[in-house]
Design a protein around this ligand. Structure first.
Ligand SMILES: [Zn+2]
Length: 270
């Protein structure tokens, strides 16, 4: 986690809007008034003055004001950059947004999506410069953070889509790490089928290893089922880059019992 869980109050949030501060590479006290989180040039994430909870309602006037007419339920995050930047002809100025900084912003957005159960869509994760087009709320020519100084030829639409793709992949990577499987072994009678993985209480072995031990043809790359010799089949699940089958499901389909040794983490098909 980059964000301290204490910075993520339990409240109702509908979107994350991304910005650049149009300031220097470090967060100023004024920058901290406007955004919940800021990414400095060295990738350090700084918390702004307002809590995310302050933006659940903006009726009391106490909130991080980052996007005109769209602050309610919206978290504002920013890279500290782009003082004196010009849109056309493009000039990044003395504090250009750095690629490493922009990627850190995507990390922050991904953590916020995870914390607040937000899907990554153009309505839920977007740049300030996309708000007028995507939400229909006028923004007086705002274009942050929609031009990448290291790839200035990309259009606003391309940058927005690219950012969401990066956020989505970071979310997925985090989910895979969080569910890192525990290694287990799988035996057929007393012969080892191979290494397995214990995921959510089920033991999985690779479809290829199970097929080989049962003298079945290897399943095709995109197969969704492993057909067994007795005419039954079990579902193939793709986890990471490999195809897996639930070993107990295989045993059940074969009319066999299983024995699980939780100490040695060996599942045996009897
Ligand atoms: Zn902005």
């Amino acid at each position: 986690m980059i964000l301290d869980p204490a910075w993520l109050p339990n409240c109702s949030i509908r979107r994350v809007i991304c910005h650049w501060t149009a300031g220097a590479h470090k967060a100023s006290s004024l920058d901290k008034e406007h955004y919940h989180f800021l990414v400095e040039a060295d990738r350090k994430v700084v918390r702004g003055r307002r809590s995310i909870a302050d933006n659940v309602s903006t009726a009391d006037g106490v909130y991080a004001a980052h996007t005109k007419g769209a602050n309610t339920g919206a978290i504002g995050i920013a890279v500290c950059a782009m003082a004196g930047a010009r849109q056309s002809p493009f000039l990044a100025g003395p504090s250009p947004m750095l690629e490493s900084q922009w990627l850190r912003l995507a990390d922050v957005a991904a953590e916020l999506c995870r914390a607040y159960s937000l899907p990554v869509t153009p309505q839920t994760v977007l740049g300030h410069g996309e708000v007028q087009v995507l939400l229909g709320i006028a923004q007086e020519g705002k274009w942050d953070p929609m031009v990448l100084p290291w790839a200035p030829a990309m259009t606003l639409t391309q940058v927005g889509t690219f950012f969401r793709t990066v956020v989505q992949s970071k979310l997925q990577a985090a989910a895979e790490t969080a569910e890192a499987p525990v290694l287990a072994s799988v035996n057929l009678l007393d012969k080892k089928i191979g290494e397995g993985q214990l995921i959510n209480g089920s033991v999985y072995a690779t479809a290829a290893a199970v097929a080989a031990k049962l003298a079945l043809p290897a399943p095709a790359a995109a197969a969704t089922e492993l057909a067994l010799a007795n005419g039954t089949s079990v579902a193939i699940e793709t986890i990471g880059t490999k195809a897996w089958v639930d070993v107990v499901a295989v045993a059940t389909a074969l009319g066999r019992k299983t024995r699980w040794n939780s100490t040695t983490r060996v599942l045996t098909i009897l």
